[in-house]
Design a protein around this ligand. Structure first.
Ligand SMILES: [Zn+2]
Length: 239
């Protein structure tokens, strides 16, 4: 028997009443079969809903792992009260499923949990979306250099961001043919989202328009380097 705590990031119906459940926990990604989870009287059903934070006990059989018991710790019920929070939840689920590998779990789990807590408590959802996206890019190997110029390493006189070059660009290395200058505010937000730790995440929020601009830019960059298209972004724009 293996016991662990985690957050359900995907569920797939299987046979008539079963569910294949994918969970991000603080050490890895796990997948197991929840037999009978789709039956009305299933005692484990609430623990295997999407985005449920639960404690699970699973056992290994000849067909892989199966759920023995699941105890719901938090269902983040308040997220459902607001369309923009729901849209961001959808976005978080999509990028986690498409971009995160099992090895990334130790770094990412805390940010996923904090993101859901912040969304549930009514914190600005757009800020949650850009911070979590930056953390996913960090772990996927596409984090940006936001401490110094990517070309010369200089820490001062930063004037632009170029995603494909990998980060910040200073005044001396700035090339007006290839780069566009960014406002100091935008550079500050970029630095914040790639650097903020779990403890300070949730202390500062940004304007919706600022977040949407960054979400769009990060999504195009992500598409460029990974070929992954993030479909839920259109829901956030509408929400
Ligand atoms: Zn430079």
């Amino acid at each position: 028997m293996i016991e662990f705590e985690g957050i359900v990031i995907r569920t797939t119906p299987f046979r008539e009443h079963d569910l294949v459940v994918n969970v991000l926990s603080n050490d890895k990604m796990r997948s197991f079969l929840a037999r009978g989870a789709l039956k009305m009287d299933s005692k484990n059903a609430s623990s295997v809903n999407n985005y449920a934070h639960s404690r699970f006990a699973i056992t290994k059989g000849k067909d892989g792992f199966s759920l023995r018991s699941g105890e719901l710790l938090d269902s983040y019920e308040h997220i459902k009260e607001d369309l923009s929070r729901l849209a961001v939840l959808d976005f978080i689920g999509e990028i986690t499923n498409k971009l995160v590998q099992s090895d990334d779990a130790p770094y990412l789990y805390g940010y996923l949990e904090k993101s859901l807590q912040l969304l549930n408590s009514g914190f600005d959802p757009y800020t949650v979306a850009i911070v979590y996206f930056a953390k996913v890019l960090n772990v996927a190997g596409y984090g940006l250099e936001v401490d110094s110029c990517v070309f010369c390493g200089q820490k001062s006189q930063i004037v632009a961001i170029n995603y494909m070059d990998g980060g910040f660009i200073c005044e001396n290395c700035f090339d007006s043919l290839n780069h566009a200058k960014s406002s100091p505010r935008k550079l500050k937000i970029l630095r914040y989202i790639f650097k903020v730790d779990k403890e300070r995440f949730g202390q500062v929020s940004f304007e919706k328009e600022e977040c949407l601009e960054l979400l769009n830019e990060l999504a195009s960059f992500c598409h460029e380097v990974t070929q992954v298209e993030i479909k839920s972004l259109s829901l956030i724009r509408k929400a």
